[in-house]
Design a protein around this ligand. Structure first.
Ligand SMILES: [Zn+2]
Length: 202
């Protein structure tokens, strides 16, 4: 009974492949059954990994550390988990919509879940993401501050040791603690005079 059910399912999912061809090549590549959760998960993960950040499109959500995981239930429902860089990040809605649309275009109905714990850290930006930032003239964050114990609050600008992404000089000055987005600060290189953005450490 089980074998009959399996054969029926396989035939339904592979209507373009004659049954005789399948039977005579049992060790050949087999099309993935539509209902296999692990195959669906791998497919969904491959799609989700290609979705880029709307504000820094040189980074994928995976490079940014925002994409936390993809899960598929037994009934094939896809759930993508993301963690916002900042709790008030206005790009979150766009990230969610981009994920749902991209997965939908791949034939996968997905739900996006936002996980706030553990909180995102700039340490989660991948090495590939850091290289992409530098390639586009942005300064990548240094190590994030320690999270344990009391949090010191300062009214002074955060001190950072940076290098100009254009010429490599360490002679830089802060021009604004906030850039086009709250996750970036504005700097200027006093050697080559190039202004640049720095992705903050959090
Ligand atoms: Zn410079």
């Amino acid at each position: 009974m089980t074998a009959t059910t399996t054969a029926t399912t396989a035939t339904t999912a592979t209507t373009r492949v004659p049954r005789r061809a399948q039977a005579s090549h049992p060790s050949g590549p087999k099309p993935a059954p539509a209902a296999d959760p692990e195959t669906t998960r791998e497919q969904a993960l491959a799609v989700a990994r290609r979705v880029t950040d709307p504000e820094m499109p040189m980074l994928t959500l995976e490079d940014l550390g925002v994409l936390r995981g993809v899960a598929v239930s037994e009934d094939g429902a896809v759930t993508v988990t993301i963690t916002p860089t900042y709790s008030g990040c206005p790009a979150m809605a766009t990230m969610r919509d981009d994920l749902v649309r991209s997965l939908g275009e791949a034939g996968l109905a997905a739900t996006v879940r936002v996980a706030l714990s553990p909180a995102w850290s700039s340490d989660w930006i991948t090495d590939r993401g850091r290289r992409a930032l530098a390639d586009h003239g942005l300064s990548a964050p240094g190590p994030a501050p320690a999270r344990s114990g009391p949090v010191a609050l300062s009214l002074l600008p955060t001190r950072r040791s940076l290098h100009c992404p254009r010429c490599g000089s360490g002679d830089v000055e802060l021009t604004s603690e906030f850039g086009a987005t709250s996750c970036k600060a504005l700097y200027r290189c006093t050697s080559c005079l190039e202004p640049f953005e720095h992705v903050k450490e959090i």
